[in-house]
Write a protein that binds this ligand. Sequence first.
Ligand code: PLP
Length: 388
Amino acid sequence: MASDVAVSDPLFALQHQTLNNLARPTARSLGLYNAGLSAEAVRQQYGVTHIAKLASNENPSGASPQVVSVLQKDAGFSAVYSDAASGQLRDALAKYTGVSADKIVTGNGSEDILHMLALAFLNPGDRVVTLIPSFGLHEIFPRMMGADVTLVGVDQHQQFDVVAWEQALSMPAKMVIFSNPSNPVGCMLDKDGFARIIAAAPQECVLVIDEAYFEYCQDDPDYPDSLAVLAAQSRPWIVLRTFSKAYGLAGLRVGYGLASHPELVNLLNRVRTPFNINRAAQAAAVAAIGDQAHVRASVALVRVQRKCMAAELTRLGFYVAPSHANFLFFDCGRSSGEMAQQLLRYGVIIKPWREPGYEQWIRVSIGNEEDNQQFIDALKAILAQGAA
Ligand SMILES: *Cc1c(COP(=O)(O)O)cnc(C)c1O
């Protein structure tokens, strides 16, 4: 490869040194988001024909047929800029959520909104409180700004540890971020726990509630109505949701935030890239909102398959954390990195966890029946080898 040749080149070495001198120290030392492998890379490297890609919580039902037809119609407009304000999409979201459009911000995935929140609020040394194990960007974006991140663990049953949260929040913090249900554990903070954590948060802080898996819980009577609870208090807050999971639009990148106040949206608008959501994605998301039957069907399929997969994993002797989302988190009893490598040979991609204390844990997405079976069969084969 060209870069291997260049390593011995003095000019290349000098350029490397200069880059490192110029870069912000926080950028140089930042952890990389673990985005996982593509199906194509695994197909090529391992020569497996059928890949079960169960690493990124993608939707096995895909997008609504209405989305597909809108994308085909919009294909002729590639030369035209998208609407920088995402007007139609925000109007559709306002109608669907009951939150007025001036309190809605849209992002190139909800990760884009997490990025905007970090840019708009965090100075070096500010304290951010979040969960561990957790969605990587809840920690990486604050660290990018030089913030100090406090990580609150789950309890021994892999549930939100509300008492630990109350303690962590008894000290000043600029921002509180957690996902409910959580990724990667899948645990759900119930109404009482949610109210307690919100009440415990410092008065001067921004509350960021990441509901990427909202659709999988919204009809659960124990799932907090975050918008109602948050509306009754004075701190700034934002609830993040996404089209990547239950709507099946991960590849198009659309997420949205429902904010406490139009001024919060104004602040985020100042730090975001102006045309952050492309045309196709805006049109697709509007169509996706219109097909709630598709969302319900995709959620129902995940529920059935999740139950089957959890039962299979338990039968194989693994401890599986109870999940309210479209994935399972389980202790595979050995290095999850090694297990992940072995699974690749069988064409199965899962996410081995890397955070301290979770190096034996795997997060596996709920796919369709065939992919899930491929995963279980591969696990059985690997276990049988170990026993032989
Ligand atoms: C998947 C996920 C997201 C969303 O990502 P997008 O950028 O909208 O694709 C955000 N938060 C959590 C916790 C997630 O699991």
